[in-house]
Design a protein around this ligand. Sequence first.
Ligand SMILES: Cc1cc2nc3c(=O)[nH]c(=O)nc-3n(C[C@H](O)[C@H](O)[C@H](O)COP(=O)(O)OP(=O)(O)OC[C@H]3O[C@@H](n4cnc5c(N)ncnc54)[C@H](O)[C@@H]3O)c2cc1C
Length: 516
Amino acid sequence: MRQKGSGFDAIVIGSCMGGLTAAALLARLKDKRALVLERHFQPGGQTHSFVRKGRFRFDVGLHYVGQMGPGGMPRAIMDFISGGALEWKQMPRSIEHFVYPGLEFTVQADPKSYLKNLVALFPAEENALRRYFSDAKRAAFWFGFRHFVDSLPRPLRPPARGAFNVLGSLARMTTKEYLDGRFKDGRLKALLASQWPDHGVPPSKSSFGMQSLVARAYLRGGWYPVGGAGKIAQTIIPQIERTGGEVRVRANVKRIIVKNGAAAGVAVEGEGGEEPLYAPIIISDAGAANTYLSLLPPDTPVPFRKELESFPASDSMFVLYICFKKSPAVLGFDGGNFWVYDSLDHDNQPPLSPYFLSFPSLKDPSAKAHTAEVAVMSCYEDWAKWAGKGWRKRDKEYYELKERLAVKLLEKLESRWPGFKDLVEFYDVSTPLTMEYFQRNPRGGFYGVPCVPARLGAPFCRVETPVRNLFLSGSDVMSPGIVGAMMGGVAAMSAAEGVSMPKIFRKVMGEAAGRR
Ligand SMILES: Cc1cc2nc3c(=O)[nH]c(=O)nc-3n(C[C@H](O)[C@H](O)[C@H](O)COP(=O)(O)OP(=O)(O)OC[C@H]3O[C@@H](n4cnc5c(N)ncnc54)[C@H](O)[C@@H]3O)c2cc1C
């Protein structure tokens, strides 16, 4: 039942992939009006783009997306929520280059070639490699399945959880345990774990299920949204507006209003104090930690509050955004990604290693100027003394540290690709504090709840919450990444409206079939 002063059927906190997906599905499947509240001045959360000097476009949290080939479910959902208006460009077939001291390997966007090339390099490990490809499939399935369990009808959940506990052992082991138990060659173990920064947890701590999900997501290629990541929000918002829904920016939700044990609305920061807004359904895309530890009133009974408080935060990143004078294609780059490591030991990397190098402009046929993004894992403690000071209001020492790191990183790029520095016209840098300030992620963590084995089954990674009418969306309820967060949005809408996920999938696939 709508409360006085509302007018919306649902309020969604946060406009990242999970929030936009839930709101668009409410509109498209149920003709409902959702109000999406975003604290940033731009909609889209980590899917938004920003521009420097009027022509250099960068993406905050998207380098490439897997499973966007036509025919599959993730692509069909993306088309459904964007009304088919979002175009995807496939990356080159040599999608990823893993670079280690004395070892280089290029991943081809085709599992057979990927396996064949690994076997050619490590013939003694052929059997273990073949087994790895099938184990990764099972582990990824069980990782996804565990997060899917809570969207099943209630009576099916206990047996499904039981099945996970028996059959999901691969997903629950750490990546390192898996690799050490099956492979002998340390170089091969390092290669197979190369993409761990895609989920943010090194092999000794990550769930093998999560590692497998990431590695498998790109087996058949990577895609990039034409026009940049910002096109995601630009194409989804009209679907939300079709039924009278709205996406409001600069709308910082201070707290969730709870009445008689149920979520009844939110209080939004306003010039004259807090503005209450009411709706019968509240969906939070702000992440588990923000939702339970900051947005819900502290006296709300949350049985797992202590467990969540002591759960580790995810690590953060330092990102160098480079504007080029001319195309980096002159140095041989073609849009494939590079993962450059100074050591084979993923758990003990020297400073500024690994770095991930990607070229948005080489992936985007509509780009007006050439760009690169270089992301490096970064420790929050190195930046913590400037926390709490606003964006562009930190002192000289902070900017000097950013500059020193940027220069060192450019030196590393130059030593590997002579001539790189000459191409650079201008650069900018973001730090863990940028992420903390804009995304509200605790300690600038870039992936929400970290993908350690304990995440599987954690009560705070579920769509349904202990508070009636409050649902969680986004990557924390499925998996990090654009597709994971989108699936979190599907699960949130499904739980909020009592529409089963298979029913949503059938509707989406039906529309996809009509488009072909
Ligand atoms: C540097 C980087 C690179 C990445 N690269 C890729 C990639 O190449 N491919 C890929 O698939 N994924 C990538 N990701 C991950 C991907 O961007 C995220 O996993 C995904 O976008 C998370 O979506 P989410 O819906 O869970 O929302 P979140 O990211 O958790 O966003 C939460 C939203 O809620 C808003 N919010 C928070 N608190 C409030 C409040 N109180 N009031 C109002 N609004 C609030 C925030 O501003 C934000 O918009 C990358 C991430 C980063 C940081």
